[in-house]
Write a protein that binds this ligand. Structure first.
Ligand SMILES: [Zn+2]
Length: 154
C-alpha cells in the first residue's frame, strides 16, 4: 500500500469517506487501519466526541482515532466492499477487499455494531435494502424485529 492507493474526501454516505485511487483485487490489502490496542472501549469524551474504535477480539479494542490513520474515514455500508481484518501475528489491522474494487469507489466495511449501538447510528449507505442503522450483518433480523415492535401506533 502507498499513499497514492486511497484518498479521503467528502462522501455521499457520511462526512469524509475513504476512496480507492486504483483497482483492488479480491482479498488484496487496501489500507492499514493503524491505532493503539486497548482493553477498554475508548470513550467519546477522550477523543473529542468522535470514536473510531473497533473490537478486534472479545474485550480488546483498536483505537484508530489518530490523524495518522486515514482508514478511520472508511464508512459503514449494508453491502460493504471491504472488511477489516486483524492480523494477530503482525498486530496490524487492514481494510481488505471483499470483491474487486474499481478506482474511485468508496471503501466501506461492516462496523459490526451491536443492537444497542445501532439505535444511535443511522445508516445512509444508499442501498435499496438499507436497514437504516449501522449494525452488524448477523444482527439485522433482530433489528428489523425491534423496529417493527417499537414503531409508534397510530
Ligand atoms: Zn445501509
Amino acid at each position: 500500500m502507498s499513499a497514492a492507493d486511497v484518498e479521503s474526501r467528502p462522501s455521499p454516505i457520511a462526512g469524509l469517506g475513504l476512496f480507492a485511487k486504483r483497482e483492488f483485487t479480491e482479498g488484496e490489502r487496501i489500507s492499514r487501519y493503524s491505532g493503539v490496542t486497548t482493553l477498554e472501549p475508548p470513550s467519546a469524551a477522550s477523543s473529542g466526541g468522535k470514536v473510531y474504535a473497533l473490537e478486534i477480539a472479545p474485550g480488546r479494542w483498536l483505537d484508530g482515532t489518530s490523524e495518522d490513520n486515514p482508514s478511520r474515514h472508511a464508512n459503514h455500508a449494508c453491502h460493504p466492499n471491504a472488511e477489516l481484518i486483524w492480523h494477530e501475528e503482525e498486530s496490524e489491522a487492514w481494510l481488505t477487499a471483499r470483491r474487486p474494487i474499481t478506482a474511485g469507489e468508496e471503501i466501506t466495511f461492516d462496523y459490526g455494531f451491536s443492537l444497542a449501538e445501532s439505535l444511535f447510528h443511522p445508516c445512509a449507505c444508499g442501498a435499496s435494502d438499507c436497514v437504516g442503522r449501522i449494525i452488524a450483518t448477523p444482527l439485522r433480523p433482530a433489528l428489523r424485529r425491534h423496529l417493527r415492535f417499537s414503531r409508534p401506533r397510530d
